[in-house]
Design a protein around this ligand. Structure first.
Ligand SMILES: Cc1cc2nc3c(=O)[nH]c(=O)nc-3n(C[C@H](O)[C@H](O)[C@H](O)COP(=O)(O)OP(=O)(O)OC[C@H]3O[C@@H](n4cnc5c(N)ncnc54)[C@H](O)[C@@H]3O)c2cc1C
Length: 495
């Protein structure tokens, strides 16, 4: 068996170019070459502009200079997500990145804080989150540059321009030796479950040992030729269409740019608001069962506080994932592999996660179904975790004011989530594995924001020294506020 010598990636969106860069960095030793084929006529999805903190690790891994990337992609910093109208109308809560408070006598901070509150001590929970305090004041600091300050507990990601990011990653990859072909794949030859070659619309054909499908919702290779099935989760997450538009920076944003994404709930879905350096990305994600295009457009327009930069665009999606994203010698990444609504901005991360899971099992020569099975199980576990976390945002809401909200607050939820909520409500415990994407901090943020509180206090609370707790709960918000006061406004980070 010959070693894998040539990998072809089809698709030049964010997924394709992330894949090209990571594979190039990891595998370009020996004689392995990487080619990316991108259609000049099929546009990229053009959305996908909010990220989560592992995106920063990916830039580091690819030796990408942050400042250069930020300058060239119009990026701004993201400290978390502000959720508006999710618990009930006129209600807001924040899901910050990073840590909130420190463990006290071995008791997680959230539990210690609740114990303190039961004794009448302390401030609001998020007063102990340096990330939230930075976000509220539209300020920003890089936590690791402040090792002796509470700011060290903060964490961040980026808001990016999707088109400029794909451009940036394209330059980075081609500079490092990835071959780029502009052509459309018309047809793939598969023999005995193994993909052999692709036929392009420029009448050439290309062979490879391994193929990566990054063709977006087309899922050309993995769907049409490898014939894998899509697992539909729309019974749990019924939004299935989006209307998106970019708008000018508002007068307010010209003075101060919020360092967070806004996710605002509406009658039949929710809208996003992603501030970049020179414009804002907006979209309304809705369920076609409860909302027409006209109503959706009206809702989207009601969220804008500045003129639109182009005609709004509609797009459909189906919530779910491909159980066999790796089959034979073909792997699907990005939208071709699955998509869950962008409420927690996880899709771009799933590309990196997929590549890590693939590289762990990189087939030196032949592709065994055992590696593919292990990969598919790992991806399934992460998709399931994200699905449960997203469903949580809906199912414990108090809203019942529209048919959409009546549905999402009363419909059946996955058993895995029902177990998690039951456990939390009864005991305050959050089950957690080291490789989980969402830490207990994130689960607490949503439970707390939507006001679901456990019935009992943490079993070790009574070991806490109450005098020390009182002092901690009093002092920490003051220290955080002092530290935040000395950080620059978010806007000052950009030229
Ligand atoms: C409404 C919405 C909002 C989103 N928001 C977020 C977010 O905030 N954060 C986040 O992380 N993710 C978000 N996502 C997901 C994110 O947009 C995608 O995960 C990301 O952009 C990667 O897309 P892609 O590269 O898989 O597909 P695309 O961008 O669609 O790229 C597909 C590529 O395949 C090429 N192609 C297709 N067919 C062929 C062919 N036959 N031959 C050659 N080339 C072909 C196209 O030319 C294109 O280059 C969102 C998605 C949607 C739908």
């Amino acid at each position: 068996m010959k070693n894998i010598q040539h990998i072809v990636i089809v698709g030049g969106g964010t997924a394709g170019w992330i894949a090209a860069n990571i594979l190039c960095k990891e595998l370009s030793h020996n004689d392995l070459s990487i080619t990316l084929i991108e259609s000049p006529d099929i546009p990229t999805i053009g959305v996908g502009e909010a990220t989560i903190p592992p995106f920063i690790d990916m830039l580091d891994y690819l030796d990408i200079d942050h400042q250069d990337f930020i300058n060239k992609t119009q990026a701004t910093f993201k400290l978390g997500i502000e959720f508006r109208n999710w618990h009930s109308t006129e209600h807001r809560y924040f899901h910050p990145f990073g840590k909130t408070g420190n463990e006290i006598n071995g008791v997680p901070f959230y539990d210690a804080w609740r114990f303190g509150r039961s004794l009448g001590l302390g401030d609001e929970y998020l007063e102990y989150s340096p990330t939230t305090c930075l976000a509220r004041q539209h300020r920003f600091a890089i936590g690791k540059q402040h090792p002796n300050s509470p700011l060290s507990l903060s964490s961040y990601a980026l808001h990016i321009d999707a088109r400029l990011t794909a451009e940036y990653l394209k330059h980075h990859a081609t500079r490092n030796g990835v071959r780029h072909i502009t052509a459309e794949v018309n047809h793939a030859e598969v023999d005995n479950g193994i993909m052999k070659r692709l036929h392009l619309n420029n009448h050439s054909c290309i062979e490879a040992d391994f193929f990566i499908d990054c063709t977006g919702f087309n899922a050309l290779l993995i769907g049409q030729y490898m014939k894998t099935q899509y697992t539909d989760w729309s019974q749990y997450l019924p939004v299935d269409r989006a209307v998106t538009v970019q708008s000018e920076l508002s007068k307010q944003h010209q003075i101060s740019i919020p360092p967070y994404t806004r996710a605002q709930a509406h009658n039949s879905g929710w809208s996003w608001h992603i501030p970049l350096q020179q414009r804002i990305g907006n979209g309304y994600v809705f369920s076609t069962e409860y909302c027409s295009d006209e109503q959706a457009l009206e809702t989207l327009k009601s969220t804008l506080d500045s003129p639109m930069l182009h005609e709004p665009r509609f797009l459909n999606f189906k919530t779910g994932y491909r159980h066999e994203s790796w089959k034979g010698n073909c792997l699907a990444l990005g939208l071709a592999g699955g998509f869950l609504e962008p409420l927690e901005s996880t899709a771009i991360h799933m590309v990196t996660k997929g590549l890590q899971a693939f590289l762990k099992r990189f087939p030196q020569d032949k592709c065994t179904p055992f590696s593919a099975d292990a990969f598919n199980s790992e991806m399934c576990a992460t998709y399931t975790e994200i699905r449960d976390f997203l469903v949580l945002h809906y199912c414990i809401s108090q809203r019942k004011d529209t048919p959409f909200w009546q549905r999402v607050t009363t419909q059946g939820i996955p058993e895995t989530l029902s177990h998690k909520i039951g456990l939390y409500a009864e005991t305050g415990n959050i089950e957690y594995t080291e490789d989980a994407l969402f830490t207990p901090e994130s689960w607490w943020a949503i439970y707390h924001g939507l006001e679901l509180f456990p019935n009992s206090l943490h079993r070790n609370c009574h070991d806490i020294d109450v005098a020390a707790l009182k002092q901690y709960l009093h002092k920490v918000p003051l220290v955080i506020n002092e530290a935040v006061k000395n950080t620059p406004p978010h806007k000052n980070w950009f030229n």
